[in-house]
Ligand binder design. Sequence first.
Ligand code: FCB
Length: 439
Amino acid sequence: MIVSDLEPTDDLRGAARDRNGFHNARQETVLNFPRHFLWGAATAPTQIEGHVQNEWTNVVARDGNTCRLACDSYHRYAEDVEWLVKLGVKAYRMGVEWSRLQSAPGAALNQKELARYCDLLDRLKQAGIEPMVVLHHFSNPPWITASGGWLNRKTVDAFVDYVGKLVGVLRGHVRLWNTFNEPDTYASNTYLLGEFPPFLKRRFLAFRTVIANMGEAHERACRFIRAQGSEVGPVGVGFSKNWTWFHPFRNTTPWDHCLAAMCDAIFNQWVLRAFLGGRRKDASTFLGLNYYGRVRFANLRALVPVNGLCPQRLAGMGVVCDDMFERHPGGLETILKRLHRRYGLPVYLTEHGAASADDEFRARDLKENLAALHRAISHGVDVRGFFYWSLLDNFEWQFGFSKKFGLIAVDFSDAKLPRKMKPLGHAYRTLCQENRLTL
Ligand code: FCB
């Protein structure tokens, strides 16, 4: 048995199945996580709440479903908090939906909707669960969309106005704020790839403008939030960068090298600079990282299931994927170390997860990624927490209900939308309770 000491441990023995519910290897390695490490789960309003009025309301996903009811968490949030308690998480990364709260530029916030979010936050507090609140997660109020969305500079002012009003009320409940979730994913799917409403393609200038406006809104929101502080502890604020590695599948195809380098330059480097470059770096107190894996190109074709390729066929080529992207756990250690060297900010892993009906596959994926994260911590990277995507099976944007990311299953074929703990949920609970991972 090997024990990796971020903190000392004592009585660990082998068994047919280990403490995390995973199959046991011959030799055990026990990885302890830092004492106050925040184990959490994540969701987003459009994906779970239902009854939203934003640009997704009328979108019919590839599986024929819409987000109109989603998991109906709008009504069942109390039950969802109970599931968080059953999972034993210490933190919950949740969104607050702008379109519910403000009906016009500069308008006062809707008190009824605000009260619902406050009740949710109160319940989390009673359960001892720390919220991290996301302010923008791929959706906008209809009046923002009608005026050009994030292409319009006035949206920056409108967002800062909204954040000012919201933070003024929620600073009594919240200390961790996440301004933007994956601005790169939002801008590329909306304006380059035609995957998010209004489904536009190849609008490179629009992509650039949206990122620039969001970068500015991020800086202004951060400065405001920090000046306001929080009644419940030291305030923290950052945005969540999706990090995807882009690599050529073969070394012998220079065009794939070029495409991979171009994607990295635009979606990773340029977006990071827009949010953390120059004096903007001092605005954030942490960096959120969403990490799923990588995309490899073979003759300019992305080798990933979201591109219509079958995971089994890809596995035959040595490209191991969940139902969406290639897994690349080692890349998590590399990117954490690199971001640490470049920015020196504390990091929260604000999303990682796998979509699959096979929970053993998901358990292996989780374990391998957490081992990589642990190696980064051992090398001095200040990682403060990990949020599994997702608490619930939910509405996965353009793919609808077909991608199963939940720790808790939701049966969408049953009008009552019953929830049920999955095997991975049980394993995650052990991890949260013991604060250590047995390999
Ligand atoms: C991320 C999104 C999240 C979910 C996961 C699978 O890019 O932030 O809403 O869709 O991917």
